[in-house]
Write a protein that binds this ligand. Structure first.
Ligand code: SAH
Ligand code: SF4
Length: 368
């Protein structure tokens, strides 16, 4: 019986209007169900107190509000929590809750694995299995919201977990509509940041959407020679094409583009790189997040040392660029940037996926 029930987690308000019509119910029932799922975060029809008993029973027979179970959670000494969800048998994704004094940040995944295969990222070592559905994307937020210490604090959403969001464009857009709907989760698009490795057609399409989140670009290099190796899709859309798409991206007043720059020892962290970065980003309303590489046995690269990080940062600051150094959160539980791999132990290697040999020739090219 269970297997035949339809899962309504991820349904849009239009889907629920069609459902109400099918059940011969008034349209306002659809709004009540929508608010129950996304605002009140209910998952049991019994708790839909505003629906009549008869309707609740019919819904119970045919529909579920089915969340992927959190099979494990990990708590860091710094308060960060990592959640491991099983979205299908053997397929795992992760989300991270990062509490800060004045706001909480929730980092969510969009794919099981990632096809971009950046050489510095553990997710990129996983085989790309599939896209997440809209329900699986918003389900991560709804699940983690129940674990927040205070709902009074502001909530930021960063689409920076496993996967390349612009490779799962349609489902990510449906999820964004659910996140921002005032009758549902009601999260302002200004509090949502989507990070991409540089899928240019996706950025161009996003620029034409009615709901536009903040845009973060994982730039990570200042020459195509290095970026081609670090982020292979640069071979398709190079730095010039990527920055042109960013220039065309509409920015509301007071908004800016975030450029992420992972600092890798002697690969992309020289003073010449910092000066090139200043040149490349001239004219943008921007912020540059400097992220010293998080290391992992799976990643054959070294983080820049503190002196190199500070020297790089100083060049940006001297050119009036906002450039905070991002210290890892939850690195003791493998929750930091680029570390998400659906692991059951911090830094565990139970997936037994060795680094791909294909990368060795590219490392030679970088002189590593
Ligand atoms: N796929 C998207 C979003 C997820 S990755 C993207 O690439 O933008 C989120 C961020 O983590 C990216 O900015 C990426 O550059 C960074 N990252 C990946 N591996 C990392 C590592 N080992 N150390 C530090 N940051 C890393
Ligand atoms: Fe994919 Fe982003 Fe990791 Fe690159 S950094 S492999 S795009 S998740």
């Amino acid at each position: 019986m269970e297997a035949n029930r339809i899962n309504l987690l991820g349904a849009s308000s239009e889907d629920l209007l069609a459902l109400a019509a099918k059940l011969n119910e008034a349209p306002f029932r659809a709004r009540q169900i929508f608010a129950g799922i996304y605002r009140r975060r209910l998952s049991d029809w019994k708790n839909f107190s505003d629906l009549g008993k008869g309707l609740r029973q019919r819904l119970e027979e045919q529909y579920t509000i089915g969340y992927a179970p959190a099979i494990k959670t990990f708590s860091s000494a710094d308060g960060t929590r990592r959640y491991l969800f099983e979205v299908s048998p053997g397929q795992r994704i992760e989300a991270v809750l990062i509490p800060e004094p004045r706001r909480d940040t929730i980092c969510i995944s969009t794919q099981v694995g990632c096809a971009v295969e950046c050489i510095f990222c553990v997710t990129g070592k996983l085989p790309m299995r599939r896209n997440l559905s809209p329900g699986e994307i918003v389900g991560q937020i709804l699940s983690l919201q129940n674990d927040r210490s205070s709902e009074e604090k502001r909530l930021n959403i960063v689409i920076m977990g496993m996967g390349e969001p612009l490779h799962n464009y349609d489902n990510v857009m449906k999820a964004l509509r659910l996140m921002t709907d005032p009758d549902g989760m009601s999260i302002s698009p200004r509090r949502i940041t989507l990070s991409t490795s540089g899928v240019v057609p996706g950025i161009e399409q996003l620029a034409r959407e009615p709901i536009i989140p903040n845009l973060a670009i994982s730039l990570n290099a200042t020459t195509d020679e290095v970026r081609d190796v670090l982020i292979p899709i640069n071979q398709k859309w190079n730095i010039a094409a990527l920055l042109q798409a960013c220039r065309n991206f509409p920015l509301e007043r007071r908004r800016r583009i975030t450029f992420e720059y992972v600092l890798i020892d002697r690969v992309n962290d020289t003073p010449a790189d910092a000066h090139r970065l200043v040149e490349l980003l001239a004219g943008f309303r921007k912020k540059v997040n400097l992220i010293p590489l998080n290391s992992d046995p799976w990643v054959p690269l070294k983080a820049s040392g503190e002196d190199r990080v500070l020297a790089f940062q100083k060049i940006l600051i001297d050119h009036n660029i906002t450039a905070p150094v991002r210290r890892p959160r939850g690195d003791d539980i493998s929750a930091a940037c680029g570390m998400l791999a659906g692991r059951e132990q911090p830094h565990g290697d139970e997936l037994h996926l060795p680094p791909r040999p294909a990368h060795s020739s590219t490392l030679v090219r970088l002189g590593l």
